[in-house]
Design a protein around this ligand. Structure first.
Ligand SMILES: Nc1ncnc2c1ncn2[C@@H]1O[C@H](COP(=O)(O)OP(=O)(O)OP(=O)(O)O)[C@@H](O)[C@H]1O
Length: 223
C-alpha cells in the first residue's frame, strides 16, 4: 500500500486520490477495488451499514493502516477527528490544540461536546486541506450533535477545507455533504450528489426524497 502525502499542487488537483484500495482481515475481505477522489473543498459523506468497512477505509486514507493494498494519496495535509476525542489528558486544553492558554482547563473537566469541539479545533488549527472525520459527533446527544453540525458547516464556509465524513446518520450526511457515497459489499456501491437548497432543512421535499432513497438503499424501512 502506498499511502503518502504529496506536496501542495495546483487548484485543479483533487485533494485525495485513491485507487484499487483493498483490505482483508485474515480470510475476511472488507474492502476490494475501492476508487475514490475528493476535490479541493468538497465534503463527501461515507454511509454504509455497520461493519461495511467505513472506518477501515478512513484509516487507510489517513495513512494509519500499513496492511492495505492499492494506492492512496493526499495532495496536501490531512487531519483526523475520531468519535472519541483522543485529547491528551496530561495536557491542558490549549496545549492540546496548540493555542494560547486562556481557559486553563484539563480535558477530563470537559463535557463530551466541549471535548469534541477541542478535537475539531485541534484538527483545524493546522489548516488542513482535508479533514477525515470518523463519526465525529456519534457519541454526542442529539442537541449537541446538531450544534456541532452547524458549527462544522460554518467552519467549512469560512475555511474551505475538504472533508470525508464517515457517519451512520443519513440526515447528518444530507446536512453537510456535497456528495454521498454508499459503501456496501466491499466497494462503493452508489454515489449521489446532494443537490439541495443551501438551508438544507429536513422539511424540504427534496431533502425528504433523498433521505428516503438513502434509507431504502441502506435497507432501513421508512413509513
Ligand atoms: N483490526 C481488525 N481486526 C480484525 N477485523 C477487523 C479489524 N478492524 C476492522 N475489522 C472488521 O472489518 C469490518 C469492517 O469494520 P469497520 O470498523 O471498518 O466497519 P464500519 O463500517 O466502520 O462499522 P461501524 O459503522 O459499525 O463502525 C468488520 O467486520 C470488523 O470486524
Amino acid at each position: 500500500m502506498a499511502s503518502r502525502t504529496a506536496g501542495h499542487l495546483s487548484g485543479a488537483t483533487p485533494v485525495l486520490t485513491a485507487h484499487g484500495v483493498g483490505r482483508a482481515f485474515g480470510p475476511s475481505v472488507v474492502l476490494a477495488g475501492v476508487d475514490l477522489t475528493i476535490a479541493r473543498g468538497e465534503v463527501v459523506a461515507l454511509l454504509g451499514g455497520s461493519g461495511s468497512g467505513k472506518s477501515t477505509l478512513l484509516r487507510i486514507l489517513a495513512g494509519l493502516d500499513g496492511e492495505a493494498s492499492g494506492t492512496s494519496v493526499v495532495h496536501g495535509t490531512a487531519a483526523v477527528v475520531f468519535q472519541e476525542h483522543r485529547l491528551l489528558p496530561w495536557k491542558r486544553v490549549a496545549d492540546n490544540v496548540g493555542l494560547a492558554d486562556r481557559h486553563r482547563a484539563w480535558p477530563t473537566e470537559l463535557s463530551g461536546g466541549q471535548a469534541q469541539r477541542v478535537a475539531v479545533a485541534r484538527a483545524l488549527v493546522r489548516e488542513p486541506d482535508l479533514l477525515l472525520l470518523d463519526e465525529p459527533f456519534g457519541a454526542l446527544d442529539a442537541l449537541t450533535r446538531l450544534r456541532m453540525q452547524i458549527l462544522l458547516r460554518r467552519l467549512r464556509a469560512e475555511h474551505g477545507f475538504a472533508a470525508l465524513l464517515v457517519t451512520h446518520d443519513v440526515e447528518e450526511a444530507l446536512l453537510l455533504a456535497d456528495r454521498i457515497l454508499l459503501l456496501d459489499d466491499c466497494r462503493i456501491a452508489a454515489e449521489l450528489p446532494v443537490d439541495l437548497a443551501p438551508t438544507r432543512t429536513p422539511d424540504d421535499p427534496a431533502f425528504g426524497a433523498l433521505r428516503r432513497h438513502l434509507l431504502d438503499r441502506l435497507g432501513v424501512p421508512t413509513p
